[in-house]
Design a protein around this ligand. Structure first.
Ligand code: IPE
Ligand code: IPE
Ligand code: MG
Length: 278
């Protein structure tokens, strides 16, 4: 990604200061975020959980704007899990659905101003029809934007994504005669909801929970994970940039050795020197 495709001059001064510490050649291509802690944010203020969700929706737009200004190609936000849909009270689920519709209605213009394209992953076909209609409208209205692709994970679960992928791969094997022995990782990748996207480089989770809660299990095999105690409604663009700064301090080895590490020439050692400690 080059600086030319970004609008870093539009960053507010505090974000620009963090951005200047980053290496523009090593920005992540794909950042995924588990937006957690809305309920706790509200609880700390003796407010109903709904207020936390409302503030959480506000935070989304700040983060999307910063992502688009730095030219991040892919931003994926875990907004509503399958388990949230199944396990939370109907009143909360209904509120979240209403909030999603309002968020889309109020923000499509800003997405267009920021050249952001919106898409979705998850079992979205099971969401209420009026929500699906608004989602489709927003996707259509932002379809031609070429900046950040904002993907909302809605009614999403990674295990059900894998189930859906294996179902469609099985159907393909029956149709085409693809043999089980010929199936490789790329075949599974092709059938995921995220087939068109690179794997996340960085996964952020807010509110301090050290778990992935059924998010992108296949795709995060080598993703760098950053957990912050900050609750999602308090998360802003500057915190995204701080997470990226932390990411740039990491060394991604993908199971290999650090750059410049000399490999032991084991073959030339006598067998008794292979015993630990000798
Ligand atoms: C994240 O906040 C938003 C959704 C899961 C929809 P939570 O609602 O999980 O907030 P906490 O974790 O209870 O604080
Ligand atoms: C993960 O948060 C799901 C989303 C952020 C949408 P949860 O609050 O549902 O996760 P758990 O229950 O703490 O694992
Ligand atoms: Mg939570």
């Amino acid at each position: 990604m080059s600086l030319n495709s970004s609008r870093v001059h539009e960053l507010p001064a505090d974000e620009a200061a963090v951005y200047r510490r980053l290496d523009p050649e090593r920005l992540p291509h794909h950042v995924a975020i588990i937006m957690d802690g809305n309920g706790r944010w509200a609880g700390k203020r003796s407010l109903k959980r709904f207020f936390g969700h409302q503030q959480g929706a506000e935070a989304v737009q700040y983060v999307v704007e910063t992502a688009s200004r730095i030219g991040l190609p892919w931003l994926t936000l875990y907004a509503f899990s399958l388990e949230n849909n199944l396990r939370r009270p109907k009143t909360e689920v209904n509120f979240l659905m209403r909030l999603l519709r309002t968020y889309l209605s109020n923000n499509v213009q800003r997405m267009n101003d920021n050249n952001v394209r919106i898409r979705y992953i998850g079992r979205t076909e099971d969401l209420p029809v009026e929500v699906r209609e608004r989602m489709q409208w927003a996707a259509e209205a932002t379809r031609l934007n070429t900046g950040t692709t904002l993907t909302l994970a809605l009614n999403y679960g990674a295990r059900s994504e894998l189930v859906d992928a294996f179902r469609s791969l099985c159907a393909e094997t029956q149709r085409t005669g693809l043999r089980p022995d010929d199936i490789d990782e790329s075949d599974i990748h092709r059938h995921l909801y995220t087939a068109h996207m690179p794997d996340p480089d960085l996964l952020i989770r807010t509110s301090g929970e050290m778990r992935v809660s059924n998010f992108l299990l296949w795709q995060i095999a080598y993703t760098e994970i950053y957990v912050t105690g900050r609750l999602w409604p308090d998360f802003r663009g500057i915190h995204l940039l701080e997470a990226i700064e932390d990411y740039q301090r990491r060394e991604r080895r993908y199971g290999g050795l650090s750059d410049g590490t000399e490999s032991d020439d084991v073959a030339s050692l006598p067998a008794n020197q292979l015993v630990a400690g000798r």
